[in-house]
Write a protein that binds this ligand. Structure first.
Ligand SMILES: Nc1nc2c(ncn2[C@@H]2O[C@H](COP(=O)(O)OP(=O)(O)OP(=O)(O)O)[C@@H](O)[C@H]2O)c(=O)[nH]1
Ligand SMILES: [Mg+2]
Length: 604
């Protein structure tokens, strides 16, 4: 058992790409946790998708032993967190398992929107925040300047902030010293009743559900009879261990330690991240920890299997995704155009993209995804408030008193020369200016209230391009407000395609409807008859496009009588057909269903 005074638990938090995972690499190297030859860049980002995109999606915990200059060997538990705003929940969970946080700031870029937000989360969780300035190897690193920004923005002393380069390893050892000196050890009593916080859970094909815990007090070991207080499920512990970073069995985990527990949990629904684990016997049970506020999905879209018979497989895959990610939800839904599928909820667009790609890669699912929309509400005439996850949830207009849409508080951090540009894009999107905070002379944080629907699509891209990449943003949904919303229906050859209808603000209905029809016209191949595309609000048409008739002969390219080549072309066409959906007598390629999303790309 490790003496709690020799344990340090901390998370690394920062804005996207400020080098958290790279610093974690160096710490693993210095402590000899991972051998030099096994080292690779951003070692903790082990999901295929994370590696490919160079971003962290899931928080990862790892235990290291560090021999400090004072001669003692410390057990250091590090949690690397994601920086993207969609995955803030991962940061929140990780912070609960720690006593301290390393706040990493890129010394060449300075304080960004997520730096501020994550630092505040750490302060709310009452953690010791240790500022670290990174990327000192870059010629334009300005450590003094950035340290001042940290003091202005987060109100923590930063003049002694360690200036490191996670890339070259410069000063990285000092970070470990600072952790040992500045972050307090855990206070739990190893002799007390077992109380462990489940801060994460992953599904493992061979071992079932593996839960990650931070032991607050007491000891957990193999053979223990445990109970999870939130769900009242009882289990026998089959193995406990630490993440080094692979799973490594240990005889027990005691107060202050972080590790994993395998307990033959097969039903994924049996665990809730944030739950408290304790011993089963009535006299050994502890109090439940406060747990987490479950994050509410804010963006919804439909997932449909390409082949209808894959419905059950898709359900299983979604179930599996959900265990790794409790912030994602799904419920069955049917669509006239697409058949049986699921309405899925996500924290944001990147989250949606990640789940969709993981389904395709890890689960080998072929899916059609419908355009995303935010979560709306309607106030019914009988006083009830109904959540709207899909335009098809909408009750008849005569029962609706009011439409409500989510409003976000958006914070944008930019160099002051871009204030005008930011004001412009925010007000164009129905934003209301709220506040200005200066960090030093040339950096400023602007606050706005903007409807969520206005920022989920391309707000971030537009912000980046108008501020030459310097602008960063963060948002938080503050609540729902009455808004003039309408449902726009899309018709193909007079038939409504329910999967394409959407809710939007009245002022934008026509413009968005028009864009979608234009996109559809590009995506839908010509038929032997004219195809009419229409957008309508209720019974009123607001836009129309035509696809003129054409006879398409795929083998026309094949002169001569080369039958094998002809056959190949026909085969290819057949395959293409599979990815089509029939609406009446019109074939719509699956790509078209995404056009609503993409139609925002070519705006402005
Ligand atoms: N020059 C330089 N580049 C660095 C340094 N540290 C990290 N980088 C680079 O910055 C990029 C982002 O690094 P990551 O470690 O993935 O950043 P992160 O904070 O983990 O990113 P997210 O997890 O997606 O939020 C990578 O291309 C790194 O090689 C540094 O000290 N100097
Ligand atoms: Mg990372």
């Amino acid at each position: 058992m490790t003496d709690p005074s020799l344990i340090r638990n901390f998370s690394i938090i920062a804005h996207v790409d400020h080098g958290k995972s790279t610093l974690a690499d160096r710490l693993l190297e210095i402590t000899g946790t991972v051998e030099k030859r096994a080292m690779k860049q951003q070692l903790l980002d082990n999901m295929e998708l994370e590696r490919e995109r160079g971003i962290t999606i899931k928080a990862r915990a790892v235990s290291m032993n560090y021999r400090a200059p004072d001669g003692d060997t410390y057990l250091i538990n590090l949690i690397d967190t994601p920086g993207h705003v969609d995955f803030n929940y991962e940061v929140l969970k990780s912070l609960q398992a720690c006593e301290g946080a390393l706040l990493l700031v890129d010394a060449s870029q300075g304080v960004e929107a997520q730096t501020v937000v994550n630092a505040h989360l750490a302060e709310q969780a009452e953690l010791e925040v240790v500022p670290v300035l990174n990327k000192m190897d870059l010629p334009h690193a300005r450590p003094d300047h950035v340290a001042q920004q940290v003091e202005d923005a987060i109100c923590i002393p930063a003049e002694d902030a360690i200036a490191v380069s996670a890339k070259t390893g410069l000063q990285c050892e000092q970070v470990l010293d600072a952790i040992v000196k500045q972050i307090p050890p855990p206070t739990g009593d190893p002799e007390g009743k077992l109380q462990a916080l489940m801060f994460d859970a992953v599904y493992n094909d061979y071992r079932g559900v593996v839960i990650y815990v931070r032991v607050m007090s007491g000891v957990i070991k193999k053979g223990d009879e445990i109970v999870m207080l939130g769900t009242e499920t009882e289990q026998e512990v089959l193995e406990v261990g630490k993440l080094t970073p692979e799973m490594e069995a240990f005889p027990k985990l005691s107060a202050g330690e972080v590790g994993y527990v395998v307990a033959n949990i097969k039903t994924l629904a049996d665990v809730i991240v944030g739950d408290t684990v304790t011993h089963k016997a009535a006299d050994l049970r502890c109090e439940a920890l406060p747990g987490f506020r479950e994050p509410k999905p804010m963006v919804y879209c439909g997932f449909y299997p390409t082949v209808p018979s894959d419905f059950d497989n898709l359900r299983k895959s979604l179930e599996k995704m959900r265990i790794n990610d409790s912030s994602f939800t799904y419920e069955p839904e049917t669509s006239d155009a697409l058949g049986f599928g699921f309405r899925c909820g996500f924290l944001g667009l990147l989250h949606m993209e990640v789940i969709q790609q993981r389904l395709e890669r890890e689960e080998d699912m072929d899916i059609v995804q419908t355009a995303p929309s935010v979560r709306y509400r309607v106030q019914l005439t009988d006083g009830e408030v109904k959540e709207i996850h899909s335009p098809s949830d909408l009750p008849d207009g005569t029962f609706i008193d009011d439409y409500l849409e989510p409003i976000t508080r958006v914070n944008v951090v930019v160099p002051s020369e871009f204030v005008g540009a930011v004001m412009k894009i925010c007000t164009e999107r129905r934003g209301v200016y709220v506040s200005t905070d200066y960090y030093g002379k040339e950096r400023v944080m602007l606050g706005f209230r903007i409807p969520f629907a206005e920022i989920i699509f391309d707000f971030h891209d537009q912000l980046k391009s108008l501020t030459r990449g310097f602008g960063t943003m963060d948002y938080e949904v503050e609540g729902f407000e009455a808004s003039n919303l309408v449902k726009v229906r899309i018709l193909v050859s007079g038939e409504e395609v329910d999967a394409l209808s959407f809710l939007t603000h009245k002022d934008q209905a026509e413009q968005r409807g028009r864009k979608i029809l234009k996109q559809l016209r590009k995506e839908i191949p010509r038929h032997q008859f004219e195809v009419a595309l229409q957008a309508a609000i209720g019974g009123k048409f607001i836009a129309r496009e035509n696809i003129s008739a054409m006879r398409k002969d795929v083998t026309a390219k094949c002169y001569g009588g080369d039958i094998s080549r002809k056959r190949k072309l026909l085969e290819k066409q057949k395959k293409g057909k599979k990815r089509m959906r029939m609406v009446g007598s019109v074939e719509i390629p699956q790509k078209a269903f995404l056009s609503v999303l993409r139609s925002s790309d070519d705006s402005k």
